[in-house]
Design a protein around this ligand. Structure first.
Ligand SMILES: Nc1ncnc2c1ncn2[C@@H]1O[C@H](COP(=O)(O)OP(=O)(O)OP(=O)(O)O)[C@@H](O)[C@H]1O
Length: 907
C-alpha cells in the first residue's frame, strides 16, 4: 500500500512539475529563459506580456527541515514549507498551474512580480493547489526517506520589464550581465534601451555590450550626466503618460495587452554602486519619481550595490534569493553564472545590427494616438510620422513656426508614403472641426483618390474637403486651389480684424462659436504647377508667396512635395518664398531640399527621411524611419475608423479627377442659363452661359473637334430646356447641322430636347434658319443651334449673309440666342463682317483646339490668352462676366441622349 501511495505521490509530483515547467517556459520563453549553454538571441515576445527573466534555479531540496531561511530580509520571498522544500511560486506560477497564465499577469501591479520556484528534489505528497493569495501551496507532507524520490528542478525567474524595478546586491552582481542580456535579447531588437550610471567606471562587466552603444541602445552616464539622464527619463514618463497612454491605459503593459502594440521601448536605468545618499535633493527626487511612476511607462530601475540609503523597498536579488514575491516563506535560489563573454558580444552585435538595419520599422498603427481626435489645433498641428534612431517617436509640427513644409525625394523614394503617414497622424489627432485638408496630386496615378469616396471603398477621410488626382496638365486646378485658399485667407484676416486678433489662436479664443480649423494644403508634384513660363506660373507663384507669408498667422499651412525641387526655377528665383518653408523633409537622394552644404539626404537609408525644421541646416537633421503607411492593410482600417467617427453632416470631399470626363446630369441650372461644361475649380461647378434678353448673348464654340463641339451645344440646349421646363416654360430650338459627322448627335439632341418639352424645328440650311428669324421671335426664349456655321455661311448669298449677321446682332435682344460652332476664328470673324468686324455680337466663346494667339481678337489680354489646347478641355470666356478666360471640361452628354439606333430608326 505504501508503495502504491508513493507511486501515486511521485506521479503527482511529476505532474505538478511538468505543469510548472510549462508555465515557466510560457512566462520566460526563448532567450528569456533558456540556460546559457543553449542560449541564443530570440525574441519570444508576442502580443502577451513581457517575459520574466531567468536568473538561476531553485536551491536543491537537501536543505534540512527547519533550516534557516537563506534570505535575511524581508518576509515576502519565494516560500517553501518548513521542511525546506520550495513549494510555491508567485503569481505567474500560480496562474500557470491553474492553466491560466498569460495576459493576466501583466495587468497586475508592476512590482507584484512573478517568480518561479527553484529546482527541487524530493517527493511531494500531493499536487499543488491554488491558495487564495494566488500562490501555490503544497498541502501535504514530504518524505525523503523512501526509494521513489522524484527529482525536479525549476528555473528561477524574476520580473523586470513591464513589472518591476530591481535591486541587485553586491553578492549577486554577477547576475547583472545575464539579466541584461536576457532583457535585450528576448524582445525585438531595439525595444530595450540601457542607460548605465557608472560613477566609478565599474562597468567592465558590461563591456561586452559595447556594440549596443553604437546603435544608440546603450549609454554610459557619469556623474556629470546624471541629472540630464534622470530629467530625460522623468520627461519620458510624463510624455508616455500624456501622449501614449493618454488616460486610456494604466500602463504600457496594459496598452500592449489591449492592442498588441509596443509603441515605446523599455528603458532600463542601471545604477552601478551609486552613492545615492550623496545625491543632490533634485536627483533623489527624480529617482523617487521614477521609482513611483516609471514601471507603468516602461522605465525601470536596476540598482546594483549594497547602498542601504538607496531605495530599500525595491524587490531585491541577492546571491541566494529574491524578495519581490508575495510569498510567505523564502525559497533559496542558486544564481546562474554570467553568460560567456563571446555570447554577449555576438548578441549585442546582432541586436545592434538588426536595430540599425531599420529594426522592425514602426507600424503605422503604433504611431497613432489611442484616442481619436483628442487634440486641439489652436496653437498648431503635431503628428507622429516615424521613429528616430534612438527609438523615439518622431513628430512633425506645423504652426507659427514652422508654418509650411517642403518635401523632396526622387520617384520611388517614398514621398507619397510619407504624406500618407503624416495625413494619418494628423487625421487621427485632430477632429474635422480642428483640421481641414486639401489634397492635390499632379502626377499620374491615384495616390490621393483613396481619401475620397469610391466605388470599391465608399468611405472617405472626414477631414478632406477636396481631393485632386490625375491633374497632370490641368495646372489651372492648382491655381484654383490657391485662389480658394487665398479667399479663405482673406475671410480669416477679416474675421481676425473684427475680433482684434492677430493670429488663429487668438481668433479662436475670441470667437469660440466660429469654425476655424487649421487648413493643410498638400500638393504632390507641385513643380508641375510652376514649370512653364506663363501666366499660370506667375499667378501661382504670387498666390504661393501670399499664402506662405500670411497663412502662418491664419492657420493655413502649405505642404509642397516634389521629386525635383532643384529644377524649379520659379521657386529658387524667389528666396523670400522658399524662406517661409522652414520645415524640410528630404527622402533618400533628395536634391536641394536641405541647405546647400547639408548632404544628409545622400546617405539616409531607404524608407527613411531627414526631417529638419530649421530650413535644412545640418544641425537640425533628424533621420526618421517611416512606417509603411500606404499599404491597404495599414490604411483602410484607419480610414474606416475615422469615417465611422465622422460628425453628423460631414460631407464627402469634392473629387477632381483629371482623367474623368464629367457626365451632364439631369440637374437643371438657374432660369435662362445654359451649362457648357464643368469648371476646373474647387467648387467643380458648371460653366454657365446667361441667356437673358440682351445684345451679345450668343455663344461661339471654336475649333475642329466635332464630338466636343456637339457635346457643348447639346449640354447648353438641354440644360436651358430643363431650366425652362422646371419653371413651367418651354423653349424653341432651331437646329441646323452642316457637318455630317455630327448629324447623329444633332438628331439625338433633337429627340432629347423634345422629351424635355422643347419645340424643335430642323433646318437643312442656314438660309432657311436665318431667313425668317424675326418671325420666330415671340418673346419666349429661343435657341439657334448651328453645327459648323462656317460650312453654311460660305454658301450664303449677300442678303443671306446680311440676315445671318442681323440675327446674330439683333436676335439676343429679342431672346433669340445663337449657339454656333465655327471651326476657326477667322471664319467667325468673316461671318461677323470681315477683317474689321467687331465681335460685339458674340459675348461668349469657348475655344477647343485653337491656339492662344489666334484668340487675340476675342481676348482681353493682348496677344491672346495663354492657352495650349488639349483633349476634352476648352477655354471659356464670357465678356459680360469674366475677367479672364477659364478652362472647362465639356460634359459628356451621351447619357442624356437617346441611342443613335433609336434616333435613326426609319419607323
Ligand atoms: N516606409 C516604407 N515602408 C515600406 N514600404 C515603403 C515605405 N515607403 C515607401 N514604400 C514603398 O515604396 C514604394 C514607393 O513609395 P512611394 O510611392 O511613396 O514613393 P514616391 O516617392 O511617392 O514615388 P512616386 O513619385 O514614383 O510615386 C511603394 O511601393 C511604397 O509602398
Amino acid at each position: 500500500m505504501t508503495a502504491t501511495l508513493e507511486t501515486r505521490q511521485a506521479a503527482a509530483v511529476r505532474g505538478g512539475h511538468a505543469a510548472a515547467l510549462a508555465a515557466a517556459a510560457a512566462a520566460a520563453p526563448a532567450a528569456a529563459g533558456e540556460p546559457w549553454p543553449a542560449w541564443r538571441l530570440d525574441s519570444g515576445l508576442g502580443r502577451g506580456p513581457a517575459p520574466l527573466l531567468r536568473v538561476g534555479r531553485i536551491q536543491s531540496s537537501e536543505l534540512p527541515p527547519g533550516a534557516p531561511s537563506p534570505l535575511p530580509t524581508p518576509p515576502t520571498q519565494l516560500h517553501a514549507r518548513s521542511n525546506g522544500l520550495p513549494s510555491a511560486v508567485g503569481d505567474a506560477g500560480a496562474e500557470a498551474v491553474d492553466g491560466s497564465y498569460g495576459a493576466g499577469a501583466s495587468g497586475r501591479g508592476a512590482a507584484d512580480g512573478a517568480g518561479f520556484a527553484n529546482g527541487v528534489s524530493g517527493r511531494f505528497a500531493s499536487s499543488p493547489s491554488l491558495a487564495p493569495s494566488g500562490d501555490v501551496i503544497v498541502t501535504e507532507g514530504y518524505d525523503n526517506s523512501g526509494a521513489a524520490v522524484t527529482t525536479v528542478s525549476l528555473p528561477a525567474l524574476v520580473p523586470l520589464l513591464d513589472r518591476a524595478h530591481l535591486r541587485i546586491d553586491s553578492d549577486a552582481v554577477h547576475a547583472l550581465p545575464g539579466l541584461l542580456l536576457r532583457a535585450v535579447g528576448s524582445v525585438p531588437a531595439g525595444l530595450v534601451r540601457l542607460h548605465v550610471y557608472d560613477p566609478e567606471h565599474l562597468g567592465g562587466s558590461l563591456s561586452a555590450f559595447a556594440a549596443l552603444g553604437k546603435a544608440g541602445l546603450l549609454s554610459f552616464v557619469g556623474p556629470s550626466g546624471l541629472r540630464e539622464a534622470l530629467d530625460s527619463l522623468v520627461e519620458t514618463v510624463r510624455r508616455v503618460n500624456a501622449d501614449v497612454l493618454a488616460g486610456e491605459h494604466a500602463s504600457l503593459a496594459d496598452l500592449a495587452e489591449a492592442t498588441g502594440r509596443r509603441p515605446e521601448p523599455w528603458r532600463v536605468l542601471v545604477l552601478l554602486n551609486a552613492d545615492l545618499a550623496a545625491w543632490p535633493a533634485h536627483d533623489q527626487a527624480q529617482l523617487a519619481r521614477l521609482r513611483r511612476t516609471g514601471v507603468a511607462a516602461g522605465v525601470h530601475l536596476l540598482v546594483v550595490g549594497d547602498d542601504t540609503a538607496g531605495p530599500a523597498d525595491l524587490p531585491r536579488l541577492c546571491a541566494t534569493g529574491y524578495t519581490g514575491l508575495h510569498a510567505k516563506e523564502p525559497a533559496a535560489l542558486v544564481l546562474d553564472g554570467p553568460p560567456p563573454q563571446r555570447t554577449v558580444t555576438a548578441a549585442a552585435k546582432a541586436v545592434a545590427e538588426k536595430h540599425r538595419a531599420g529594426r522592425e520599422p514602426a507600424r503605422l498603427v503604433d504611431l497613432l494616438p489611442q484616442r481619436l481626435w483628442s487634440a486641439s489645433s489652436a496653437t498648431g498641428l503635431t503628428a507622429a510620422i516615424g521613429e528616430t534612431p534612438a527609438g523615439d517617436v518622431a513628430r512633425l509640427a506645423l504652426g507659427d513656426n514652422p508654418p509650411h513644409a517642403l518635401v523632396g525625394g526622387p520617384s520611388g523614394s517614398g514621398k507619397t508614403n510619407l504624406l500618407y503617414a503624416w495625413i494619418a497622424g494628423l487625421a487621427s489627432h485632430y477632429s474635422p472641426d480642428e483640421l481641414a485638408l486639401y489634397l492635390l496630386d499632379f502626377k499620374e496615378g491615384v495616390s490621393f483618390a483613396r481619401f475620397a469616396s469610391g466605388r470599391r471603398d465608399p468611405t472617405w477621410l472626414p477631414h478632406v474637403r477636396l481631393v485632386g488626382v490625375n491633374i497632370n496638365d490641368d495646372r489651372e486646378f492648382g491655381l484654383a486651389l490657391l485662389r480658394h485658399l487665398k479667399d479663405e485667407l482673406r475671410r480669416r484676416a477679416e474675421a481676425a480684424k473684427a475680433h482684434e486678433a492677430t493670429k488663429l489662436e487668438e481668433l479662436r479664443a475670441a470667437d469660440p462659436e466660429g469654425h476655424w480649423p487649421r487648413i493643410v494644403a498638400v500638393v504632390d508634384e507641385f513643380q508641375v504647377l510652376l514649370e512653364a513660363r506663363d501666366a499660370v506660373t506667375d499667378e501661382a507663384v504670387q498666390l504661393l508667396e501670399d499664402l506662405a507669408r500670411r497663412g502662418r498667422s491664419q492657420g493655413i499651412h502649405l505642404v509642397l512635395a516634389s521629386q525635383d525641387i532643384a529644377g524649379i526655377e520659379a521657386l529658387w528665383g524667389r528666396p523670400s518664398l522658399v524662406a517661409q518653408f522652414t520645415l524640410r523633409i528630404a527622402l533618400p537622394k533628395a536634391r536641394r531640399v536641405l541647405a546647400e552644404n547639408n548632404h544628409a539626404a545622400d546617405t539616409v537609408a531607404r524608407f527613411h527621411a531627414v526631417v529638419n525644421d530649421e530650413s535644412g541646416h545640418t544641425a537640425a537633421n533628424t533621420p526618421v524611419a517611416l512606417p509603411n503607411a500606404g499599404h491597404a492593410d495599414a490604411w483602410e482600417p484607419l480610414q474606416r475608423r475615422l469615417w465611422e467617427a465622422r460628425p453628423a453632416g460631414n460631407l464627402p470631399p469634392a473629387l477632381f479627377d483629371g482623367d474623368l470626363v464629367p457626365d451632364l446630369t439631369a440637374a437643371a441650372p438657374p432660369p435662362e442659363t445654359a451649362l457648357l461644361g464643368q469648371t476646373i475649380d474647387v467648387a467643380a461647378g458648371g460653366a454657365a452661359l446667361a441667356l437673358h434678353r440682351a445684345p451679345g448673348r450668343n455663344l461661339a464654340v471654336l475649333g475642329t473637334r466635332a464630338v466636343e463641339a456637339a457635346d457643348i451645344l447639346a449640354s447648353a440646349a438641354l440644360t436651358a430646356a430643363m431650366a425652362a421646363r422646371r419653371d413651367g416654360h418651354r423653349i424653341g430650338v432651331d437646329l441646323c447641322c452642316l457637318e455630317p459627322d455630327t448629324a447623329t448627335a444633332a438628331l439625338a439632341l433633337a429627340a432629347a430636347l423634345e422629351a424635355e418639352d422643347a419645340e424643335v424645328d430642323w433646318h437643312d440650311d442656314l438660309a432657311s434658319l436665318a431667313g425668317d428669324w424675326e418671325a420666330r421671335c415671340d418673346g419666349a426664349m429661343r435657341l439657334n443651334l448651328i453645327y459648323a456655321v462656317d460650312a453654311g455661311s460660305a454658301r450664303l448669298d449677300a442678303p443671306g449673309t446680311a440676315r445671318l449677321r442681323a440675327m446674330l446682332i439683333d436676335g439676343p435682344e429679342r431672346h433669340l440666342h445663337t449657339l454656333g460652332w465655327w471651326r476657326s476664328v477667322p471664319r467667325l470673324r468673316e461671318d461677323l463682317g470681315g477683317f474689321s468686324a467687331r465681335f460685339d455680337a458674340v459675348d461668349a466663346w469657348l475655344a477647343l483646339d485653337v491656339q492662344g494667339p489666334e484668340l487675340a481678337p476675342l481676348s482681353p489680354a493682348s496677344g491672346g490668352p495663354a492657352w495650349y489646347p488639349r483633349e476634352r478641355r476648352g477655354l471659356y470666356f464670357d465678356r459680360a462676366r469674366h475677367r479672364a478666360p477659364q478652362v472647362v471640361i465639356p460634359y459628356r452628354t451621351a447619357a442624356l441622349l437617346p441611342q443613335p439606333a433609336a434616333v435613326l430608326d426609319p419607323s
